[in-house]
Ligand binder design. Sequence first.
Ligand SMILES: CC(C)(COP(=O)(O)OP(=O)(O)OC[C@H]1O[C@@H](n2cnc3c(N)ncnc32)[C@H](O)[C@@H]1OP(=O)(O)O)[C@@H](O)C(=O)NCCC(=O)NCCS
Length: 417
Amino acid sequence: MTAHDVRVSGTGKLAYEDAQRSSRRLDDPAILALARRLVVFNVAGEQIATLMDLARKGIPTLTSAEVVQRVTSYNPDCFWAIAHRDRFDINAPVGEGYVSFLPLTKQGLSQLLDGTLDRRNPPLSVISAQHEKPAGIYVWHVYAPGQLAAAVPLIVQKMWSLHRQDVDIYSWSINGEAARFVEGFGMRLAPKLAGSTAPQFHLFRRSMTRHQETTFCAMPGRQSPEPYISVRVARTIDDFMRAAVIRGAVFIGEQKCPYDEEFDGNDFTATHLIGYVGNEPAGCLRIRYFSDFAKLERLVVRREFRSSGLARKLVDSGVEFCRTKGYTRMCTYAQKRLVKFWNKCGFSVSDTARELVFSDFDYVEMVCDTSRAVGTISFETDPYVVIRPEGSWQETGILERSKARGASRPSAEGVAA
Ligand SMILES: CC(C)(COP(=O)(O)OP(=O)(O)OC[C@H]1O[C@@H](n2cnc3c(N)ncnc32)[C@H](O)[C@@H]1OP(=O)(O)O)[C@@H](O)C(=O)NCCC(=O)NCCS
């Protein structure tokens, strides 16, 4: 279990409030300033037991010191002690708090997520050795009363050494306060595996590059059918390459569409959504905009990822994206064989049922009439929201953060009066 002692979020208010106020993510190097009065270090076995005895006063169900010593003997990175810098002496290092981790193998991570991992007494076979790259890192216990909580990001960033820098961090919060604590550092509730008996974990995702991180989640409240399915707005040429490759494989490869018809000159005037299964680009959807409707097109899922629910999630996301832009009518020209699929996504054949033939398939016009989203971006919307990255309108954007630098007009001719 991840034992966030109440004091982490009780007397540890300083770090919690700092994290909340600054909304600094765990991977933001500037967050390390919170730990400027602290040091973190590895300790010997008996200190593990002493620190765990302290923690056990608040968490009677804490696992035994022998278990943690066994795991830490196998991988010394599993246990980090925390102390105040001004009290720390390398000749007699004494910890005041600690954070322990389980760096999990692929098998260990899947057991964690499906609820079959014995988190109180995990077998060494599911723990990665120090030289190995884990599939995920589980925050096992945290005992960091008072200001010691500020060391948590420092330790987490240590865990992201070079060979682990893109490994996701999982934690389980013992109560709502602990959940708010980790959320202050940018951790978010992870969707649960269907049929899993595990509790709901918080996740800090590092398994994607920064530009991929923003998940455009459609239909709030609807559970993703699979924890690793996500849909993100394409923001870079690299992202567009993902869409182009998927469309090339399916439309050109499977459906024999000529290249010039597939890449029809409309790609750079459109929004592209990319669907991921884990870190793998598995599907995409293109959206184009007109005066009174938006058009969803080029929906595709790679053959090996079909029937995962990704196509449905792409369409849901596309509709939600358009609703947030203020569109209430979405249309698609559906391959006739897929009318039932589009019906499931809330589209119906339009009243006029106009039919088309192109690129060797027959299509029918389908529409989805809906309402504008709550929080539609309109002229009245805060300009700082308007300049956020498309689809990430709920999160503080990079330009907004830059306002803290003020208007120094660096390249202006001369200095303004
Ligand atoms: C069409 C396509 C995107 C569907 O992808 P998928 O991953 O199989 O779809 P999903 O798993 O999200 O399925 C969502 C639902 O639609 C249903 N569905 C999927 N394909 C269907 C089909 N051909 N006919 C009827 N229903 C279908 C699924 O059974 C599922 O139903 P459920 O929610 O009741 O379980 C995929 O088959 C594909 O990429 N085909 C080639 C590209 C293509 O033809 N695109 C044209 C789009 S107009």
